[in-house]
Design a protein around this ligand. Structure first.
Ligand code: NI
Length: 402
């Protein structure tokens, strides 16, 4: 018999909000606990244990140890419906925290400086709420707790481990707490939200010698300087000016003292772009420039180039769903910000290559409370009011999707 339960839970919007707001003290407690014990990618043992304990406590079915430290929780509603996945990342960064707060990191040299402690807490709060409201839930929600977003990337191995199958996920959503936006805003857009990330290392081999007798040498510092300059012309002269891209050399090392020309130089760089039409373009162009300059100066080179994360692309239908939900949660259309693209990268992009979905930013900066340092800064922290907002956004997306 088809259930004729009146869906007062989905109709009573004010009730949803007050139920979730009541979770706020718990969300803060969980987030602070996770903040105190940050762990690097694929080493999220304590974090995974903490998540597993909560899920167990609430009687939520889950699988742990996926892609080493990842977990997937499955909440099956009382009524049939689609399968929506919610993804949260759990890892921290190799940064020494400089905040003087009671919940300061207790792991020397490791810090939740990107807000992934908050993402984990929000996903837990969502799991808790949905488990309490299974009777009103249509379909299945899979919560994916993912390791190693900051690198080397936990999304891909989790997909390979089958987290999007059995049951097959129809769509996926995820959020990032975002100090580039003020509290009370949501950044969401259709299409490319975050950039493709590639990186490279190039060794230049010259011929070392006396700094006063340069004609007997091949100076890898001069060669490197030419290369660094010439690489800047890729964005300005080779990329369509309507498109955005970045080529940055973040490290250049050569030599030890003032009067010795060294034998080699090493540079490292990062490349970012939004259009998948540039897949494969940068490694080719970068090598052309390096090879040409090396040849003209009589140097040799060795180039190692890596594609890390693809462009993160939001599905139009799912982005529209998140946008309309955000208007309800934020209560004003003005709080929804479509101009929120960033050249930062995210391995959520791999999930979005597999199933339609939407990744979005939840504004978390509060300059008046000094909670506005950028992500990856040793003084990064965010306004925890955003935690309950995150849960409400997810819960309402679930409701809207089913
Ligand atoms: Ni992050």
């Amino acid at each position: 018999m088809v259930s004729t339960l009146p869906l007062q839970h989905s109709i009573n919007q004010a009730q949803i909000r007050s139920d979730i707001r009541n979770l706020q003290p718990q969300l803060v407690t969980w987030r602070r606990r996770l903040h105190q014990y940050p762990e690097l990618g694929f080493k999220e043992q304590l974090t995974a244990e903490f998540v597993a304990e909560r899920l167990q406590e609430w009687g939520i079915e889950f699988q742990a140890g996926i892609a080493q430290t990842g977990l997937v929780a499955t909440i099956t509603g009382a009524q049939p419906g689609p399968v929506l996945a919610i993804r949260a990342d759990m890892d921290a960064l190799p940064i020494q925290e400089e905040n003087q707060v009671p919940y300061k990191s207790r792991h020397d040299g490791i810090m939740h400086a990107c807000g992934h402690d908050g993402h984990t807490a929000i996903a837990l709060g969502t799991a808790y709420y949905l488990a309490q409201h299974r009777h009103a839930l249509k379909g299945i929600v899979k919560l994916i707790f993912q390791p190693a977003e900051e690198g080397p990337g936990g999304a891909k191995p989790m997909i390979e481990a089958g987290v999007l199958t059995n049951p097959n996920v129809d769509a996926i959503i995820g959020l990032h707490l975002w100090n580039n936006l003020p509290l009370g805003t949501v950044g969401v857009r259709t299409g490319a939200l975050m950039a493709a990330v590639e990186q490279f290392e190039c060794k230049i081999f010259g011929q070392g010698g006396h700094g006063a007798i340069p004609h007997q040498t091949v100076d890898p510092i001069v060669v490197s300087a030419q290369i660094v300059n010439a690489l800047q012309s890729i964005v300005s002269r080779n990329v369509d000016p309507i498109q955005s891209a970045v080529v940055t050399i973040g490290s250049l090392h050569a030599g030890h003292t003032h009067n010795v020309i060294p034998g080699q130089a090493v540079m490292q760089g990062t490349v970012r772009y939004f259009s998948p039409s540039y897949d494969g373009f940068f490694p080719q162009r970068i090598e052309q420039i390096i090879a040409g300059i090396c040849q003209s100066y009589g140097a040799r080179y060795e180039l190692n180039y890596y594609s890390l994360y693809p462009v993160l692309i939001n599905d139009p239908r799912m982005a529209e769903l998140v946008r309309s939900v955000a208007e309800t949660v934020i209560e004003t259309a003005a709080g929804v910000v479509p101009e929120c693209q960033t050249m930062g990268g995210e391995d959520m992009a791999f999930f979005l290559q597999q199933v339609p979905g939407c990744y979005f930013f939840l504004g978390s900066a509060n300059p008046e409370q000094n909670l506005a340092y950028p992500h990856h800064h040793p003084r990064f922290d965010f306004d925890e009011t955003a935690l309950a907002m995150g849960v409400e956004l997810f819960v309402r997306c679930v409701e809207r999707f089913s």
